[in-house]
Design a protein around this ligand. Sequence first.
Ligand code: CA
Length: 225
Amino acid sequence: MRLLLVEDDQDLNRQLSTALEKAGYAVDRAHDGEEGAFLGETEPYDAVILDLGLPLKDGVTILQDWRKAGRTMPVIALTARDRWNDKVQAFDAGADDYVTKPFHMEEVLARVRAVVRRAAGHASSTISCGPVTIDTGAGRVTVNGEAIKLTSHEYRLLAYLMHHKGRIVSRVELTEHMYDQDFDRDSNTIEVFVGRLRKKLGVDIIQTVRGLGYRMEPPVAGATA
Ligand code: CA
């Protein structure tokens, strides 16, 4: 899962991005409204954390422009002031949620998880596919009830596939949602990660769809290969 964080306060930007990365997300950082607006317009994100008070372009205008341009990613607004009209403005501009500063990091993380899973069509924080279950709150993966240990990249890959289970996900899409913009991307590495993930899961759950990508799906009982 890949996030965009738009926050002009340097310390807060650093604290937030560190916590989000630690929680397993790829994070792109913007420190002013123009940079943030551009990234949100051009890159695919699973969710955006958007401060409302920004230099160069304010958060509400950014959000209005994104929505006008048909950008549908979930957006959590950060507001410094506990004023009801800021929240109303943010929601009317297309925000999905908000957090008032100062906040507890855990609250932001929980809200990010909630909007990401909602956007992918999941109401519960636990997602299952056949014998594989991920608990997005705890960052835990089990296969037939047994806990599996994954690296952060493997977890990120699995989490994306699980959120989009049953649908074909291309290598390009996976690459775009696995890495931040500064990462030296190579879609061949996706194949390597998928191979490792299959081995660790030990069950036939990530199907290769020739020429198209991968699909998270339990094998059909009785089907021939
Ligand atoms: Ca600000």
